[in-house]
Ligand binder design. Structure first.
Ligand SMILES: Cc1ncc(COP(=O)(O)O)c(C=O)c1O
Length: 385
């Protein structure tokens, strides 16, 4: 019998949709993939070159468990340049993607029964990380009328002596919305004492912002952990590189976890990460311009098709659209759209109970494919009535 830890783990429904889509593809169907949260771009040329060079230069060994010093310095420069905050290389642990970074942070922070406040909807995998280390999730519903932003006064009401962290994610997956500087400031104010909860800020979609500005939590508080990575902004999902920036007192505890469980991140990919941070600015701008064009097109088409988008998303590469007029069961609806229209979309329920009735559409796909996907969706909706 499997352990209760794995039994209690929910599946990542987006991956279930993708796997069913792949089955249909094997049977000959042409699927338009709007379900996956992965850039369709390949990694920038400077990243590939740096990775190949690193291999030839012998970067085939373990690195320091905290990560290559030069990469950590480059991360500090990045935070200084974009947010005018000063980070010390000793506050950083480089990981194989931001997913292991989430694991390190919650493993180091939580005792059994400690509470973590998260918004609902939220990134589908967050609850499993928290439950895996015996933490308790305290969800706060956020609403489309508010652009799915937290209301700081509701966070205040939910904080108890057991609250260890407030989780934020801006730009957000699945909603694509940003948390305003004002609200970040107000949340930071709630967490400013020694015994107060920490803010854990997932900044993985920074650099993919089309209107407004993404702020780092470090602009407002030191009582915080930053999770970040190279998967989205630099289109490096398969290279697996991320990091955590945290208060110095937690670095040694997290380092021990890293040493035991992961040893270090991949050496040659760390070299590629240095190139991404220092030389990939033009590539990031190019991808951003293309994503923005797709974003505007997708929002317009989804609205024409009758989907509810109250506050238009301005970051990441997702549109979280209200589909309640079509069905209240987003799981069934997503699979029905896949089977009948051959368009992959993510059911809102994957992102929390409050996501029920929504569908998440990813525009990390070509404009041509998005156009085709929207046309197929239009036909599907016509055929339903
Ligand atoms: C909000 C968010 N955080 C973290 C991750 C994990 O990314 P990775 O492990 O590739 O860095 C994802 C991936 O989709 C995400 O959407």
């Amino acid at each position: 019998m499997e352990s209760s830890r794995t039994r209690e783990m929910t599946s990542f429904i987006v991956m279930d949709v993708l796997e069913r889509a792949q089955e249909l593809e094997r049977e000959g169907a042409r699927i338009i993939h709007l379900e996956v949260g992965e850039p369709d771009f390949d990694a920038p040329a400077c990243v590939i070159e740096a990775a190949c060079k690193a291999l030839k230069d012998g970067f085939t060994h373990y690195t320091h468990s905290l990560g290559l010093y030069e990469l950590r310095v480059a991360i500090c420069e990045h935070y200084q340049k974009h947010y005018q905050v000063s980070v010390d290389p000793d506050q950083i642990i480089v990981t194989s993607g931001s997913s292991p970074a989430i694991f390190l942070v919650f493993s180091a922070l939580l005792e059994k029964g400690d509470e973590v406040i998260i918004s609902d909807p939220h990134y589908a995998c967050y609850p499993n990380f928290i439950r895996f280390v015996d933490g308790r999730l305290i969800t706060i519903p956020v609403y489309e009328e508010d652009g799915f932003q937290y209301r700081p006064e509701v966070i205040r009401e939910k904080i108890t002596p057991r609250t260890r962290a407030v989780f934020i994610n801006s730009p957000s997956n699945p909603t694509g919305n940003l948390l305003s500087a004002d609200r970040m400031q107000q949340i930071a104010e709630l967490t400013k004492c020694e015994q107060c909860p920490y803010i854990v800020s997932d900044e993985i979609y920074h650099g993919l912002v089309y209107e407004g500005k993404a702020h780092s939590i470090l602009e407002f508080s030191d009582h915080a952990f930053v999770l970040n990575g190279f998967s989205k902004q630099f289109a490096m999902t398969g290279l697996r590189l991320g990091y955590v920036i945290g208060p110095k007192a937690f670095i040694r505890p997290m380092q021990k976890l890293q040493q035991n469980f992961f040893i270090s991140a991949n050496a040659m990919v760390q070299q590629a990460g240095i190139a991404a941070l220092r030389d990939a600015g033009d590539d990031v701008s190019r991808m951003q311009t293309i994503y923005n064009e797709r974003r505007l097109f997708m929002i317009r088409r989804l609205k024409e098709l009758g989907f509810g988008i109250t506050v238009e998303p301005t970051g990441a590469f997702y549109v979280f659209a209200n589909a309640r007029h079509v069905s209240g069961d987003s799981y069934k609806l997503a699979f029905d759209i896949l089977e009948k229209a051959h368009v992959g979309v993510s059911p809102g329920i994957d992102f929390g109970e409050n996501g029920e009735g929504y569908l998440r559409f990813s525009y990390a796909n070509s404009l041509e494919n998005i156009e085709e996907g929207m046309d197929r969706l239009e036909k599907y909706l016509e055929d339903r009535v």
